[in-house]
Design a protein around this ligand. Sequence first.
Ligand SMILES: Cc1cc2nc3c(=O)[nH]c(=O)nc-3n(C[C@H](O)[C@H](O)[C@H](O)COP(=O)(O)OP(=O)(O)OC[C@H]3O[C@@H](n4cnc5c(N)ncnc54)[C@H](O)[C@@H]3O)c2cc1C
Length: 287
Amino acid sequence: MKILVMSEDPEFFRSSAWMAQQLGGEILGIHPSESRYVDKVYIPNLEGAWETALAEFAFTLKPDVVIAGGTRRDRTFAFSLAGKMRASVASEVMEATLQGDSLLVKRPVYSGIAVATLKMRLPAVISVQKNVMEPNLLKGEVEKITLPGTNLILKERKVAQQSVSLDKAKIIVSVGRGMGSKENVKFAVDLARVLNGAVGGSRPVTAEMGWLPEDRQIGLSGNKVRPQLYIALGISGQPQHIAGIRDSKVIVAVNKDKNAPISENCDYMIVGDAIEFCKVLTGRLSK
Ligand SMILES: Cc1cc2nc3c(=O)[nH]c(=O)nc-3n(C[C@H](O)[C@H](O)[C@H](O)COP(=O)(O)OP(=O)(O)OC[C@H]3O[C@@H](n4cnc5c(N)ncnc54)[C@H](O)[C@@H]3O)c2cc1C
C-alpha cells in the first residue's frame, strides 16, 4: 500500500499524515518544508501553477491512496490528480479504514448534522479535516523537486497577516456580510484585539468579497472552530456557517434582524448594529 500525503499547510499536513499512519503502508509526502511525519517528503518549488504541475508529478508516484489537506490549493491538486488517476473521491473525511481493497471513510453530510460512511474503491483520493492528533515520527527522507515551468509568473508574494490561530483561539470575533464593508471589519479586529481573540468570517466576506483572507473562513467549507466564546457579527446563520461553529461553548450573535436564523443557534442574541456593538464594547474593555 502506497499512501501519498499532500498539503501546503503544516496543520493539514499533520492531520493527513496521521490518517495515513492509521492506514499503514509506505507513506510519501509533498509539502513545502521537511517533515518527519512521512517516510519520504518531496519539497517542490512553489512558483507558478503549482497544483496542476504537482498533480502531474504525483501521478508518476502511483499511489493507492492520496490524502490531501483542505486549502484551496490542496483541493485543486487533489481533484485534478483524482481525474488523472480515475480515482474515487471524497472530501472533508474525518476517519478512514481499509477493508480489503476498499477504503471506508466517514464524512459529514447535511451541513454536518449527520455522518455518512462511504465505501471507496482504490485508488482513492480524499481530503481531510484538521484534527489535533500527533502522528509518529518516521524517516522523513527529503527530496527537492523542480516542477516543469509554467506560463504563470509570480509577481508578488504577500505575507499572511499574523493573528491568533482560529484553531487555538478561546475567543473568536467573526464577521459576516452585515458588517457592510471591508473598512468596517477593522471595528471587529479592534474588538478581537482587546479580547485577545482571533478574527474569522463567513464565506461571503472571506472567499467571495475578500474582506478577510480566505484562511479565515469558518463553516462547512472552511475552519471548524470550538472556542469558549464565538461572537457572530452580522452573520445570518445559514446551516453551512453553523456547521463550523456548533462546538463553540457560548455563541453570541449581533444582528439587526431578530428573526435571523442564527437566533435559533445562539446562546445570546443582541438585536442591533454590529458596528455600534464593536465600538461600544471595545471602548468599555479598553478602559
Ligand atoms: C456548498 C456551500 C458551502 C458553504 N460553505 C460556507 C462556509 O463554510 N461558511 C459560510 O459562512 N458560508 C458558507 N456557505 C454560504 C452560506 O450558505 C451563506 O450564504 C453564508 O454563510 C452567508 O453569509 P453571511 O451570514 O455573512 O451573509 P448574509 O446571509 O447576507 O447575512 C448577513 C446578516 O447580517 C445582518 N445585518 C445586516 N446589517 C447588519 C448590521 N449593521 N448589524 C448587524 N447585523 C446586520 C442581516 O440581518 C443578515 O442576517 C456555503 C454555501 C454552500 C452552497
